[in-house]
Design a binder for this molecule. Structure first.
Ligand code: GLU
Length: 546
């Protein structure tokens, strides 16, 4: 077989040589030990937690080593370009402080561009041509129907399915038949002529999983589809070589393709990068653990975290906890240190499924938010509200003094122990809503309506906004006593049968009247923030409604 002639027929004209490409994309000029990592998403418009999980690992490894993180867009599978998808990836990751040094729409160095695989047709064709010249790739004219029949036959015989060995029909097509097919304009794909043996094992050192054994590839995988677009495998080998990636951290779902990739790198004459296969994020679902699913779990979408207003650092802390086994301990010892100073290690990455638990994230979120000053909290909420808040919520920021007082109170700023009332921005905005709008009653009164009327009336008769907390509370006690409630808790505890309740029940009525809720921070302070007029109006309204 004259492979040169075939290559010229399939890819007419001159293409740059491998040496020319090597010169065009020279090894990167970086200090020893610097890692070049990348994110290579498909621009589907859907960015998920797994992307963030891998992004944090890649980002940490690159930037801690003084290397480079770049963004490559793997758009070979897309029938249509999804508008804004690349910007969405960048924005979603920037929220979590993941910044790229170069890549699609990044604006860094373009020495290794183009960053969109669709724009890299020439280089894929150049190397495909070369593989044909060397007899390592061949055109396959099998139709979908033929491939389906082959699969059926193999399944019936309980054989491994696929295009390999004796089943790779077009592998041994004669020259004449190939040209006849080409002359007839028959569509074809280009396949790798695999030299692998599925009986043979390869020992492989994965940067995350350690020493693993995989089986050699023997499948004649497609490298260029019938429209000339490369498959993921082929583009991956060429791009990661010429973009000079040193370490590929990707999801473990790619582990099964590793033998293909190792063979491809070999066939192309490239040294493969190091690989680290990152464990998948799992969810406890009843008695079983399963992968997070797009259909069932809204928390898989990264958009969920921005919309809900998760504090980015909290999500990052949780991701780091799942990513690196020594993070939690480090963080306990260094709660104030910037996360960038954590000595992230690929070797400390989890080898098998990480359990993602939203409750755990919520706990971390509470603690992280409880570390902010009221001013920082305000800035965070403002950023969220500008994008996702209702008009009413946006208006909270007009009364900045009041908002700061409300936040300080709900966060326990200046108190002995910080409160942990806030989980996310959306939840925090709802939590503080009663400071800005008439309360919506969320909790039921424990006291009947006539008694409520009497208590609220008694309070209104005495209330003076100038009272300090002690004077105010003394009056609440008076209202209690006047209505048959124990003014002192100890009296009530000693003989509850003598009372209709205690001062705590009276305070609860006032609390629900003013805030709509049975649980809030200090009620005197809330009334103080609301001001005398508003407090009076709310108590009066509650009385009318009783
Ligand atoms: N385009 C692949 C994906 O989105 C990239 C996998 C890799 O990192 O190599 O899953």
């Amino acid at each position: 077989m004259d492979y040169k002639k075939l290559a010229e027929r399939l890819f007419p004209g001159a293409y740059p040589t491998p040496e020319e490409y090597e010169r065009r994309y020279p090894p990167r000029d970086l200090p020893a030990g610097a890692e070049v990592t990348r994110l290579a998403p498909s621009p589907t418009g859907f960015i998920h937690l797994g992307n963030l999980f891998a992004a944090i690992a890649n980002e940490r490894v690159a930037h801690r080593s003084g290397g480079v993180l770049y963004l490559r867009i793997e758009d070979t599978d897309l029938k249509r370009k999804v508008d804004g998808a690349v910007e969405a990836v960048i924005r979603a990751l920037r929220y979590f402080d993941i910044t790229f040094d170069e890549g699609a729409e990044i604006g860094g160095s373009d020495l290794y561009a183009p960053w969109y695989q669709r724009e890299r047709a020439e280089i894929y064709r150049a190397f495909a041509k070369r593989l044909v010249e060397q007899g390592r790739a061949y055109p396959c004219f099998c139709t979908e129907e033929e491939l389906a029949a082959l699969r059926e036959e193999q399944t019936a015989k309980k054989l491994v399915t696929g295009y390999y060995g004796a089943y790779a029909k077009c592998r041994s097509l004669g020259e004449e038949e190939i040209y006849r097919n080409l002359d007839a304009g028959k569509p074809y794909v280009l396949r790798l002529r695999s030299l692998g043996d599925a009986e043979k094992k390869i020992k492989f050192r994965d940067a995350v999983k350690g020493e693993i054994t995989v089986t050699e590839n023997d499948q004649d995988i497609v490298i260029l589809k019938s429209d000339g677009i490369p498959t993921y495998h082929f583009a991956h080998a060429i791009d990661d070589h010429f973009m000079r990636t040193t370490l590929v951290i990707r999801g473990e779902e790619w582990l099964a393709s590793l033998p293909i990739h190792l063979e491809l790198f070999g066939a192309l004459g490239f040294k493969p990068p190091r690989y680290g296969h990152n464990c998948s994020l799992m969810k406890q679902d009843g008695p079983t653990r399963r992968k997070l699913s797009k259909r069932k779990d809204p928390e898989l979408a990264l958009e969920f975290y921005r919309k809900e207003g998760y504090f980015p650092r909290a999500v990052k802390v949780y991701m780091l906890t799942l990513l690196n086994s020594n993070f939690e301990e480090w963080y306990l010892k260094n709660p104030e240190a910037p996360l960038e100073t954590f000595p992230y290690k690929v070797e400390k990455m989890g080898k098998s499924g990480a359990l993602f638990d939203l409750d755990k994230l919520n706990d971390i979120s509470k603690s992280e938010l409880a570390r902010l000053t009221a001013e920082e909290m305000l800035a965070f909420l403002k950023g969220w509200a500008e994008e996702f808040g209702s008009d009413a919520e946006k208006a909270y920021f007009v009364e900045e003094e009041k908002l700061l007082s409300a936040l300080s109170l709900c966060m326990g700023v200046g108190g002995k122990k910080r409160r942990k009332d806030f989980v996310t921005a959306s939840q925090a905005m709802k939590t503080i809503s009663y400071f800005f709008a008439a309360p919506v009653r969320e909790d039921e009164y424990a006291v009947d309506a006539p008694t409520r009327r009497a208590l609220l009336d008694g309070f209104l008769a005495r209330y003076d906004e100038a009272d300090d907390s002690a004077a105010w509370f003394a009056k609440v006690k008076e209202v209690a006593a006047e209505n048959g409630f124990a003014a002192e808790m100890r009296d009530f505890k000693a003989s509850p049968e003598n009372y209709r309740g205690s001062v705590a029940d009276v305070a609860e009525v006032l609390r629900i009247a003013v805030t709509g809720r049975a649980n809030t921070p200090d009620l005197w302070t809330i009334m103080h923030i609301l001001g005398g007029e508003e407090t009076r109006a709310r108590v009066a309204r509650a009385k009318e409604e009783a």
